[in-house]
Write a new protein. Structure first.
Length: 432
């Protein structure tokens, strides 16, 4: 699909790098672009002269689509469509993002979130048609389609249904997270902008053994996060066991942030971010090869989003250090020190400093506690000893004639559960 990129800004220079990447991620071939620095034209977004220039560029390149890196109103879309040759489609940034999301959605949760975002995008357009119908009784709405008075009600009903189903999925996921914690797992979430290298970093951190992906554990999660130089490679969440001894750590990769998303789109995907909000530690991954002003802006946005509901510590990971010199890295660390104090610098692609990141993860996660249990020997005692081995770090096991003494360290939740199971063994023995 051949496409032209169009972008207008109120003033200053125009950057089309991200919208080009978004177009490429959706499968478009960018064959040209047109930009303008001026206030938005209510009818066309671009000025009339620039709109005529857009028509000429489309004719010259034989493009079938024009993608605006602006939000287009219904009438702007219609007016631009009238100017352009027949068959040329006009879409805006947010329609493009929804298109990508639709292509990437593999799990039920992701598909529901895409559907919810599409409905929230369509709702104001349906409301606009309803308003025009009441005011003008105009049957065609300037090319926006026939008005169906039931459509607005249908959209609202579907939004309510999907919101309820997503809430149920989130309740199930929260129960799963609590089971994992009770089993001795620490939960680490990767956050950051799309294409910062989160999926590559997760593959570096992951142990050879994947998380058990059986139906009872988490059927909505994919087994492996892809690593590609493309926006929105990861749309759903992906969880794997990390190689951070002696802890049992699960790392979750989530959908990346992207610039200038409207509230309705962020709101549609907020349940995906619950994997970040409910983690024990958040790794905020940043592409350090980007301009420092852009990194600063992204960090501010990430902090605004994460600190809204997140209580876990946040460690900034400056990724892609293989793409910058030591001098540039030092300068950027200094400029970003207020937003990213004591960051970890890595190259996920090459594996540089990943061991240092593992050490930092271990240091930042909730501290383990030491415990020493004396267990009377019963038929079930060795089962408990085996469970402690699986869920904590056993230091010594001393066997007596009638008892077993286990010294170990583990998460507080695991120690509490071990004590409870030890008490059950004792109670069972006394009642026998």
């Amino acid at each position: 699909m051949r496409t032209i990129i169009a972008k207008r800004v109120d003033s200053g220079s125009v950057d089309t790098s991200e919208i080009r990447e978004l177009a490429r991620a959706a499968g478009y071939e960018v064959v040209g672009e047109l930009t303008q620095s001026r206030k938005a034209d209510p009818a066309l977004q671009l000025g009339e002269g620039k709109a005529d220039e857009l028509v000429a560029v489309v004719d010259a390149t034989d493009a079938s689509t024009v993608i605006f890196d602006n939000r287009l109103g219904p009438y702007q879309t219609y007016n631009l469509g009238r100017l352009l040759p027949d068959g040329v489609e006009v879409i805006d940034r947010f329609t493009l993002i929804l298109e990508i999301f639709g292509q990437r959605a593999q799990t039920r949760k992701a598909q529901l979130q895409v559907e919810l975002a599409e409905l929230r995008y369509e709702l104001p357009r349906a409301e606009a048609k309803a308003s025009l119908a009441k005011r003008d009784e105009h049957p065609g709405f300037m090319g926006l389609g026939e008005y169906d008075e039931s459509r607005e009600r249908d959209i609202k009903a579907q939004i309510s249904r999907i919101t309820d189903e997503l809430a149920q999925i989130e309740r199930t996921e929260e129960q799963r997270r609590e089971r994992r914690r009770a089993s001795g797992f620490d939960l680490v979430a990767l956050a950051g902008y799309t294409n910062a290298g989160k999926s590559t970093l997760m593959r570096r951190l992951a142990a050879d053994l994947d998380v058990d992906e059986n139906e009872d554990l988490h059927p909505d999660l994919e087994a492996t996060a892809e690593s590609r130089d493309q926006l929105f490679t990861t749309l759903g969440t992906t969880t794997r066991r990390a190689a951070i001894e002696p802890r049992n750590v699960l790392v979750t990769d989530t959908v990346g942030f992207v610039s200038n998303l409207p509230h309705w789109l962020v709101e549609s995907f907020k349940s995906t971010l619950d994997s970040v909000y409910r983690a024990d530690l958040v790794l905020l991954v940043v592409d350090v090869s980007e301009p420092v002003e852009e990194i600063h802006e992204k960090l501010v946005t990430c902090h605004d989003t994460l600190y809204e509901r997140n209580e876990a510590p946040i460690v900034t990971v400056l990724n892609k250090i293989d793409r910058v010199s030591e001098e540039e890295l030092a300068e950027k660390r200094e400029v970003l020190s207020a937003l990213a104090p004591n960051p970890v610098t890595v190259s996920a692609a090459r594996g540089e400093n990943v061991d240092a990141l593992r050490e930092r993860i271990d240091a930042e996660l909730p501290a383990w506690e030491h415990e020493r249990l004396m267990l009377e020997m019963t038929d079930d005692t060795m089962s408990l000893v085996s469970w402690i081995h699986d869920n904590g770090h056993v230091e010594t096991v001393e066997y007596g004639d009638d008892d077993v003494v286990v010294s170990f360290e583990a998460r507080p939740a695991v120690i509490e559960q071990a004590r409870a199971r030890a008490s059950e063994l004792t109670a069972h023995l006394e009642s026998a």
